[in-house]
Write a protein that binds this ligand. Structure first.
Ligand SMILES: NC(=O)C1=CN([C@@H]2O[C@H](COP(=O)(O)OP(=O)(O)OC[C@H]3O[C@@H](n4cnc5c(N)ncnc54)[C@H](OP(=O)(O)O)[C@@H]3O)[C@@H](O)[C@H]2O)C=CC1
Ligand SMILES: O=C(O)CCC(=O)C(=O)O
Length: 649
């Protein structure tokens, strides 16, 4: 029997048991979606569910989508999917309009015999509506804190994708000559957007390592390659006890959007190794990293032209060095480009000067761009410029430390540092370099004599102008955001602000500078490092002397003509001298770091300009995140539309 029954808070669906063919599943999926698109009483009540899960035959999803597309009232931001998750459940989110109010519905389908082919479903499939929120686009505090990261990234994506779809449709409608109908074009547009969102590949690994005490331990790791429309795919490797499948896929998706935004010609990827690196000796970490490299390379998840990792949380130059060394000696020994298999290496191993500080430097450049935009500062009620600005940084690791250092150099005052082991506060300012030095010597931040332990409730909510969130994801939730006093939040980390918080902050006129833009300095300089490895020459090697000599000739020639003029009667009494700053800047040799950081600044500034143009075009106000996503998605969308989908992933 096949049937549907709607009871309060639940929709039960019966599927005929032992359905053996794919065709019949398509028929049931069709029943499912068409039955869920229904009218209730006089009010328009359309629920759109798009179930998407691991191993689903493509026809199933396509079939659901086609129903969604056919629904007349479907608005593009209305319904979207839940991600494939490695549990024996199918979950989906849907939105419906009931008497003008938007409700968000969470669907939950326990599915028996998950490992059996899907076109042979178990005797009963229960689709249960567990939770109804009936305020307009309301996300409860609990939901906001607990939604998986992939869902957060997905929500940001959907919002921007909806605007893009609208624009593309309008552009199509205004074409004088059309080669296809609007309906056909809509299918192509929706289809292309649907290609962009999901993660293309993910590998899940378990491998043993020997601990120093002789025991064997199984280590779990993941690498997700979200998109490979541009190769290689690119993104860091994080070592963290909390990392899981969902987090890695979400972070890989963010990498795809980030790379597109700053024109780094890569797809997005990310890896996570589920360990707390503090609980392992250096030797153990080396064994884990080298074994991971071999396992990933066996499956095509590390290679100079396919997938190139980099540092992330809990990893740095040391781990990248082990990866490069293992790959170059064991796998890529006959490949002259082998060391381009990873970036963020020490310079002695083919790394680039300036990569270590690149993400923090990019955070600084991004903040500077917005802080000097008077119109933007007027909206949030800040005076332009760094003078008298205070900031608090969360996470004093690679990103947080360098960002803080550059901000202080520019004249801002660091009044707080939030870390795992200590929260430090000093209204007169904390010197990041001195704090870093203290940590090197003592092994922790606690006890730093030039600041006090923070006594308040939550240092992130303390009064300051800029909050640099450079620790980890989902730390600024809807609940916390209500108490935030900062005027600018810079997402140095990936995903620190949840969608619920994002909305509250926008309403409070707080400028959130989003992760995919503000922390893109790291991947930008990784791109330069990768090019350096492929070119086998460091930056400036061929050009530095030539450029210095050219500058010298120009300055000498200007000096000569000025002196000639000064000797004339007309210039008597004038005392002209060349500016020593100009001389210093242009008559020295540019180092690799100078060149790299100039390229980084240029990239960040260009990206910021494009984001701001987009925000203005779409009238997005302070919603810089949606503008940034729009820029990225449009580039990837154009790629797929032009390439076609038959030969790409
Ligand atoms: N490294 C890079 O180039 C890039 C990094 N990012 C992102 O930036 C973020 C930080 O990365 P990175 O600086 O490299 O990592 P690090 O491991 O160098 O530093 C992270 C720091 O944050 C601390 N931390 C973690 N969780 C919290 C918390 N809840 N509250 C306060 N402090 C916390 C960690 O402490 P502890 O060590 O005790 O856990 C650590 O000191 C990540 O989201 C990463 O994905 C983004 C772009 C590039
Ligand atoms: O440098 C890279 O390739 C990636 C850095 C990274 O993981 C990130 O930007 O989140």
């Amino acid at each position: 029997m096949t049937g549907i029954k709607i009871v309060p808070n639940a929709v039960l669906l019966w599927l005929k048991p032992a359905t053996k063919t794919k065709d019949s599943v398509l028929k049931y999926s069709s029943t499912l979606t068409s039955n869920l698109t229904f009218s209730s009483g006089p009010a328009s009540f359309r629920t759109l569910v798009h179930l998407c899960y691991r191993n689903a035959p493509s026809g199933f999803v396509a079939n659901c989508s086609s129903h969604i597309q056919r629904s007349a009232s479907f608005t593009h931001d209305a319904a979207q999917t839940f991600s494939p998750i490695p549990r024996r459940t199918v979950t989906a989110m849907s939105r419906a309009k009931v008497r003008g109010q938007t409700s968000i519905h969470r669907w939950y389908c326990p599915y028996k015999d998950w490992d059996r082919p899907l076109y042979c479903p178990g005797p009963l499939l229960v689709v249960q509506q567990r939770h109804i929120v009936s305020k307009s686009a309301h996300i409860s505090d609990d939901d906001d804190e607990n939604l998986p990261l992939s869902r957060n990234v997905g929500m940001f994506f959907d919002k921007a994708a909806a605007l893009l779809v609208h624009k593309v449709v309008e552009d199509f409608k205004s074409l004088p000559q059309k080669h296809r109908s609007l309906d056909e074009e809509m299918k192509l547009i929706q289809g292309t957007i649907a290609v962009i969102k999901p993660c293309a590949f993910i590998i899940s690994l378990s491998f043993p390592i020997r601990r120093d005490n002789g025991t064997l331990e199984v280590v779990r790791a993941y690498r997700a390659q979200h998109k490979q429309h541009r190769l290689p795919s690119k993104g860091g490797i994080r070592f963290s006890a909390h990392v899981d499948y969902d987090e890695v896929t979400a972070l890989a998706a963010l990498m795809t959007y980030k790379c597109a935004l700053v024109n780094a010609p890569f797809g997005g990827a990310k890896a996570g190794v589920q360990i707390d690196p503090k609980k392992y000796s250096e030797g153990e970490l080396e064994r884990i990293t080298r074994r991971l490299t071999i396992e990933l390379s066996k499956k095509g998840f590390i290679h100079p032209g396919i997938d190139v990792p980099a540092p992330d949380m809990g990893t740095g130059e040391r781990e990248m060095c082990w990866i490069a060394d293992t790959y170059a000696n064991i796998v890529g020994f006959s490949d002259i480009n082998a060391r381009a298999c990873v970036t963020g290496k020490p310079v002695s191993q083919g790394g680039i000067n300036g990569r270590t500080s690149a993400t923090g430097k990019g955070v600084f450049v991004g903040i500077k761009y917005f802080l000097t935009d008077k119109a933007c500062m007027d909206v949030i009620g800040l005076k332009p410029g760094f003078k008298d600005k205070t900031f608090i940084v969360q996470g004093f690791g690679n990103v947080g430390f360098h960002a803080a250092r550059y901000l202080v150099e520019a004249g801002a005052k660091c009044i707080g540092v939030a870390e795992m082991d200590a929260n430090l506060y000093n209204k007169d300012g904390i010197d990041p370099v001195a704090l870093d030095e203290y940590r090197r010597q003592s092994g922790c931040l606690a006890g730093f004599p030039a600041a006090q332990p923070y006594q308040g409730e939550n240092i992130l909510c303390e009064k300051c102008d800029i909050l640099v969130a450079a620790a980890c994801e989902r730390v600024i939730t809807k609940k916390i955001s209500q108490k935030i006093q900062a005027k600018i939040i810079a997402e140095g980390a990936n995903g620190p602000v949840t969608p619920g918080a994002d909305k509250v902050l926008m309403e409070k006129k707080v400028l959130v500078i989003p992760d995919l833009f503000i922390n893109a300095g790291g991947v930008t300089v990784s791109y330069f490092e990768w090019l350096k490895n492929l070119n086998h020459v460091s930056y400036g090697r061929l050009t530095s002397k030539f450029e210095r000599d050219s500058n010298l000739h120009i300055i000498e020639s200007v000096e000569k003509s000025i002196n000639k003029w000064l000797d004339s009667d007309r210039a008597k009494g004038l005392n002209l001298k060349p500016d020593p700053k100009v001389k210093d800047k242009y008559l020295g040799y540019a180092s690799e770091k100078d060149i790299v950081h100039a390229g980084l600044e240029h990239t960040m500034e260009r990206a910021a300009e494009v984001i701001m143009d987009t925000a203005r075009t779409y009238n997005l106000g302070l919603d810089i995140r949606t503008a940034a996503y729009l820029v990225s998605i449009e580039k990837i969308y154009n790629f797929y539309r032009e390439a076609g989908v038959s030969s790409v992933i």
